[in-house]
Design a protein around this ligand. Structure first.
Ligand code: FPP
Length: 254
């Protein structure tokens, strides 16, 4: 992807392997600029591209973005149609750049609600980038954490009824393996832009031990500097996974 032209920001020592982002604030950004909401989503798409570039630059391996939640269908019809059109165009426009930069694209969520054209384009973009391994870019569309968990429960119940799975064997790892894309690891860093401090039904199971980072920056303003701030904040945290600080120090100290 083209370089942003900005001076390279300092890269912190500890880079999260997997970063998940709730991209919030497009509407407010547009409102503040006196523009229609769709201009905010358009600017949000530019921020997606910048964030992908920066993730590659600093060495993040998995980036999971919340583009459209199961609840976003409740928005005015015209806005939903516009977002679908934006996704359709972005998939076409960005594909050569994704390929050239070794980005593998995966769409996360229930696609049955999308038009045939959009579903087809999603599948084509996934297939065209399937061999890439520099960055795994996961875009959650018509996704909800509760949907993900209930789908996993349904799959396990069907397997149990068919006699392929002993219900007594179901534990956290069997359950996690039944969720969408269990192969990418849980998010280390979970970012939400736009000032709200909630998860909004994103990656509920997977974010159990994620470091949470909330910023007032509106998504279209999220740039390399804002991403760098989140990465520095993460680098300064100690992840204990239930252990004591002393135990973690022992492990780190060898
Ligand atoms: C939240 O802002 C944003 C969305 C619901 C849509 C996210 C879409 C993009 C960032 C555009 C393109 C994405 C891709 C993957 C190409 P909001 O509208 O809820 O903002 P508000 O809270 O200020 O109203």
């Amino acid at each position: 992807m083209p370089t942003t032209g900005e001076p390279p920001t300092e890269v912190p020592e500890r880079i999260p392997r997997h970063v998940a982002i709730v991209m919030d604030g497009n509407g407010r950004w547009a409102q503040r600029a006196g523009l229609p909401r769709h201009a905010g989503h358009q600017a949000g798409a530019d921020a997606v591209r910048r964030t992908v570039e920066e993730a590659i630059r600093v060495g993040v391996r998995v980036l999971t973005l919340f583009a459209f939640s199961s609840e976003n269908w409740r928005r005015p019809k015209a806005e939903v149609a516009l977002l679908m059109d934006l996704f359709l165009r972005a998939l076409k426009r960005e594909l050569p750049l994704l390929r050239a930069n070794g980005v593998r694209l995966r769409i996360l969520g229930d696609r049955r609600a999308f038009s045939e054209k959009l579903s087809r384009r999603m599948a084509e973009a996934e297939a065209a980038t399937a061999g890439n391994d520099r960055l795994l870019l996961q875009v959650a569309a018509n996704y909800g954490g509760r949907w993900d968990i209930s789908e996993a429960a349904r799959k396990l119940a069907i397997a149990a009824r068919a006699g392929d799975l002993d219900p007594a064997q179901i534990d956290e790892s069997t359950f996690a393996a039944a969720l969408s894309f269990p192969d990418c690891g849980d998010p280390d860093l979970f970012i939400r832009t736009g000032g709200e401090r909630r998860l909004s039904n994103f990656l509920l199971w997977q974010s159990a031990y994620s470091e949470l980072y909330f910023t007032d920056t509106l998504w279209p303003d999220f740039d390399a500097a804002a991403f760098g701030e989140a990465l520095r904040d993460y680098a300064g945290r100690q992840r204990r996974f239930g252990r004591t600080a002393e135990q973690v120090d022992e492990v780190v100290g060898g």
